[in-house]
Design a protein around this ligand. Sequence first.
Ligand SMILES: C[S@@+](CC[C@H](N)C(=O)[O-])C[C@H]1O[C@@H](n2cnc3c(N)ncnc32)[C@H](O)[C@@H]1O
Ligand code: SF4
Length: 617
Amino acid sequence: MAILLGLPKFEAHFRADCLVGFVRGQFVTLQEIDARYRVSTGLPKFEAHFRADYLGVFVLENIREAPLEILSGLPKFEAHFRADCLVGFVLENRREAPLAILSGLPKFEAHFRADCLGVFIRGRFVTLQEIDARYRVSTGLPDARYPIIPDTYHFYAPRHLLPLQSMQQVSLDLLQKYNVPIPRYTSYPTVPYWDETIDVSTWKSLFTQRFDESREISLYLHLPFCESLCTFCGCNKRITTNHTVEETYMLALLKEWEIYRAMMPHNPVIRELHLGGGTPTFFSPGNLKYLIEHILADSDVPTEHEFGFEGHPNNTTREHLQTLFDLGFNRVSFGMQDSNPEVQKVINRIQPHANVVQVVQWAREIGYESVNLDLVYGLPLQTLPRLEKTIQDALEIKPDRIAFYSYAHVPWTSKAQRLFDENDLPSADEKMQLYQVGKKRFMVAGYTDIGMDHFALPGDLMVQAHEAGNLHRNFMGYTVQQTGMLVGLGVSSISDIYYGFAQNKKTIQEYYEQINRGELAVFKGYFLDEVDQKMRHYILDVACRGKAHFAKEDLELLRQYTFHELDELALDDLVTWGEHGLIVTDLGKHFIRNICKAFDLKLLSAEVQKKTFSQAV
Ligand SMILES: C[S@@+](CC[C@H](N)C(=O)[O-])C[C@H]1O[C@@H](n2cnc3c(N)ncnc32)[C@H](O)[C@@H]1O
Ligand code: SF4
């Protein structure tokens, strides 16, 4: 979008890769402008308000909190609308470049909302979606429909104008180029670089050191049981219909917690608690209550906390939701995956959509602050129309958050994925198209792209944290809380104590054996050195804030590994960068993992070694 305001000291300028403004002679990109930064443009009664995802202005006499209003009114302005971009030319200063400039017509008013971009034309609100690519909008004069009427308002053919990236489809070439296996960077260094054994005494002493620094923790409990096997699933789970396993497992979790508790000289402050799986709602509400009450018994829970769990729509009861809510849970995530019956059949997950509607309705009635739905694209037998219907079903529920996961096909570890025919999987191109269409639907419906497959409505804390630059990322994905460490309990869980990571035994049997001996169940992990810590910092900055500032003392290292990667990314308009730091462009948001990789020294140095090795041979 481009909005042009005819103010003497302000000029907005749009390019394919960024949205920028000249404010009092200074060139600023929107990415550089902090979420809350308000730029005075020189006139007493005007202020512009910028956020990464939109550009808006408030006329002071008419301030509104709504996601934005633009009033303009210059006599010599022409606006040009296409489905994917909005641009304007000032007639005296016409340029062919992709520019958006000053407006301000007495009879013209552009109006922006989070979910759509539209204009008021003679009192009628027209969304950009409604405006066909070739539609020419007259902005005020009766005969202004065709170019070129000197000194009146008209519209240009769009071919010289580059669309804004946020509204743009990413080219297939680019998607293909960057569609290579890349970690999700829920940790750095990533799991393949961890040591196969871990020195437990070092782990314990670093744990104590970290706890001394901050007793605020995030807690993850892995509850691995499911009653029935979804063939697409890549999670660590155990399929059983025998519910006596609940008690044995719960007791092991509590024992593990006791071992960690003995290493904490004070009560921990549990700011974040997440029950994942498997299927946490496999456990009865009574057992979950017992488990959580015991965990929280000697812990402090601040008023502002995030407690969430993953519920299966087929077995979550109102009692589950009420019980956990009463224990302080305020967010819930349901696995919707895909609502098409053919897809559900092939992934062995028959789940009537009415079940999803029902559990979400209960959650809302009970008072949960945020409801997330998991959707997966790239599943067998999924087609564009089927996915569109799934998305439509999901959007009708209006979840606060949507996780739109790319189906991970890993049949060597998740053997059930061999149960369906690989020929039924969408091709790489089709999968990309599924993602593109999904993302577009979410954006049009008003969701913000948080990054790495996560979308949320503007009122959700996740979006607020994203805008304020406070988003964080750990093994549970994006989070709004930043605590000193993440303690993972249960089979295969991962803990992150800042100075190191450790993973628990991956089979229930081995997990029980270790815990029943009174030992922690950690078996592999990694202790970060200073360079690892720096690179992790950069990766988190890119993933959570879309920008990074380079410390002078790191430049030598960055020059060696990172800068030529950034050069390549910049050629494709995914980042703008210099020795001071980098900014992810709107286009780059589609490729966050690829950008993070530029700081993955483990991977990059391994690639260099591999190259050297092959060359030597
Ligand atoms: C633990 S499950 C959610 C809770 C519950 N078990 C359920 O299925 O509703 C976690 C989520 O991981 C996602 N998931 C599982 N296997 C996946 C795969 N192979 N690729 C991508 N996402 C996957 C699904 O969206 C699933 O909802
Ligand atoms: S998708 Fe959920 S219910 Fe299905 S097997 Fe995986 S963890 Fe269990």
